[in-house]
Structures are given as C-alpha cells and as structure tokens.
Ligand binder design. Structure first.
Ligand SMILES: NC(=O)c1ccc[n+]([C@@H]2O[C@H](COP(=O)([O-])OP(=O)(O)OC[C@H]3O[C@@H](n4cnc5c(N)ncnc54)[C@H](OP(=O)(O)O)[C@@H]3O)[C@@H](O)[C@H]2O)c1
Length: 290
C-alpha cells in the first residue's frame, strides 16, 4: 500500500520504519525536512504532495495546534477517496474537528492514538484506541493491526482520544509518584537498581516499571543513556489535556492537576526536552515545596 507519514518525530519515524519494513511504499513529510531525510525514505516536498503520493495518510504530531496546521496543508492535496489515520494525543474535540474537515474533502477519517513508545512502535506492538465510523475502521484495521498488538474500537471519532487520555493519566501520575517515593528512601543510600527492583516487585508497580526500571535505575546512578523515548514537555502537554478535558466534562482531576504542576516545574528547570526518567530522578534529588 502507498502510505504517507505526516510528522516524522520520534513516533512517526518509528512507525515509518515499521511500515516500510513490512514492504509498504512509505513516503514521509516533516516540518523540519532534515528529520524526514534522515530516514532514507522518499520525502514529499509538501503535505499536499504527500497526500497526492499516498492512498492512506498517517499523522502523529505534537498537539492539536500542530495537527490543525498540518491538516490544513494536507487537505490542499488530492484527498478525495483516501483514508486518514490520525494518531496524535489530543483532546476528543480536536479529533472531531479534523474529522469534519477531512470528510468535507471527500476522504475517510479514523483516529488511533496509541499506548506504547518507540520500541513498540518499531515492532508493531502499540495499543491502538480507535474512534471512527464502523466502515472506516474496517478499512483501516489491516494497517492498524500492523502497527498495534491490540486494536480497540471504542466509539465514534473522539472516543479514542478520551480513552488515550484515560490510560495515560495513571501512568503519568506514577512517574511523579515514583519521584516522591524515591525521596522517602534516598537517605538510606541503597543501590538505585535495588530500590527500583523493590518498587517493581510490589502491588503498586505498573508495567512501565518492568520496561523502564533499568533506565530509571541507571539515570538515578547518574548514567542516563539511550535515546529519548518521550520527553517531559510532551507528558506535561498530555496532563494539561486531561485536566482540561475533565473540566470540560464538569469534573475536577486534582491528582492529574498536581502532577501537571510538578511536570511544569521540571520543564521550567530546563528538563522539558529530556527523557521522562528525569521526572523521578530530578524530584528525588531535589524535592520541592510547590
Ligand atoms: N513518544 C512517545 O512515547 C509517545 C507515545 C504515545 C503517543 N505519543 C504522542 O505522539 C505524538 C508525537 O510524539 P513524539 O514523541 O513523536 O514527539 P516528537 O518527537 O516531538 O515529534 C513531534 C512531531 O510533531 C511535529 N510538529 C510539531 N509542531 C508542528 C507544527 N506546528 N507544524 C508541523 N509539525 C509540527 C514535529 O515536527 P518538527 O520535527 O519539525 O518539530 C514532529 O514531527 C504526541 O501527540 C505524543 O503525545 C508519544
């Protein structure tokens, strides 16, 4: 299949590698062209040309502002009859706004925000939270199943965004909670790998600790390494979307709101572009009175 990837950031690049590795004809476009050229795949000159060259267009961009700007340019291409799969983490209304514009241009739209980071994206092991019309989701499903270990169609467009914000809330709060937990035992002077192992072998541990525990322990020991998986600014953006969505629904999200303040504090301390392991590392080293 001829697939266009709009946005070759960390996730878009990993998804492009996955799909081209399966034999699809993948063309890429990125605002910063160097990031697209680095992939060794055909690069479209513009979003409109990406659409012209593709049957299905996959987008994964920072936030709603980025998605809005990129879709305005994508839809200048020959979109009619094509399928758009939008995978950014944004609020439900942002996905519904994009869907209306895509449908008005005669194309189909499915949202599929995902759980899982770069490793699972490269291996086709993401968890997809799909929103869309039944026929459009059926059309997208074979491709979604090549990107995801599990595909859950949870309702019309917007439902996938709601589910993605829900699954990310306890995860992001845990990153901050772990920093606070570590601050309680720092004075014991134990080997960080041992402390992380103890925390990971208890009922309070999420799956994330099994996957990222060694990276957290290394960072605690001052040996942060490997590529950034997700940066602190992106997680802060997700928390802000959760808080705003809860407010729009008429609720409060006090735990997410507190976590957001802590993530903002880390961003202001200059850690915004660093990997999320720096949330617990930074907090446990310098607990704050916020
Ligand atoms: N990283 C993860 O583990 C992970 C996991 C699940 C979901 N997500 C979600 O996936 C999305 C992408 O995350 P990521 O980690 O891949 O981020 P990233 O590496 O920072 O990439 C962001 C992408 O958005 C593009 N972009 C930002 N603003 C733009 C604008 N105004 N116009 C055009 N393009 C713009 C960037 O282009 P430039 O290169 O030109 O800046 C880049 O292609 C986010 O919504 C994130 O919440 C991330």
């Amino acid at each position: 299949m001829k697939i266009g990837i709009a946005g070759t950031g960390r996730m878009g690049a990993a998804i492009a590698a996955r799909l081209s590795g399966l034999g699809h004809g993948v063309t890429v476009w990125n605002r910063n062209p160097d990031r697209a050229r680095a992939l060794g795949l055909p690069v479209a000159e513009s979003p409109a040309k990406l659409v012209d060259a593709s049957e299905t267009i996959v987008s994964i961009l920072t936030d709603a502002k980025a998605a809005g700007e990129v879709y305005a340019q994508l839809l200048a291409g020959h979109a009619a009859g094509k399928l758009f799969i939008e995978m950014s983490t944004v609020r439900p209304q942002a996905q519904r706004d994009l869907a209306a514009k895509v449908r008005a241009s005669g194309a189909a739209f499915v949202e599929c925000p995902v759980g899982g980071t770069i490793g699972p994206a490269k291996e086709g092991k993401l968890f997809g939270f799909v929103g869309g019309e039944v026929a459009d989701v059926a059309r997208a499903r074979p491709l979604l199943e090549q990107m995801c270990r599990r595909v859950e169609h949870v309702g019309p467009v917007g439902a996938g965004a709601s589910m993605k914000l829900a699954i990310n809330l306890p995860l992001l709060v845990y990153w901050q909670a772990m920093g606070e937990a570590l601050s309680l035992v720092r004075h014991l002077g134990l080997d960080p790998a041992r402390v992380v192992d103890i925390l990971g072998d208890t009922s309070g541990a999420p799956t994330m600790l099994k996957n990222r525990g060694p990276a957290i322990a290394a960072a605690l020991a001052g040996k942060e390494g490997g590529p950034v998986t997700v940066d602190i600014d992106t997680m802060r953006k997700d928390l802000s979307e959760m808080v705003e969505e809860a407010r729009a629904l008429g609720w409060a999200a006090p735990v997410a709101e507190s976590a957001m303040k802590c993530f903002s504090h880390a961003s202001q301390a200059g850690l915004g572009k660093r990997d999320c392991v720096n949330i617990p590392v930074n907090w446990s080293a310098r607990p704050q009175k916020l």
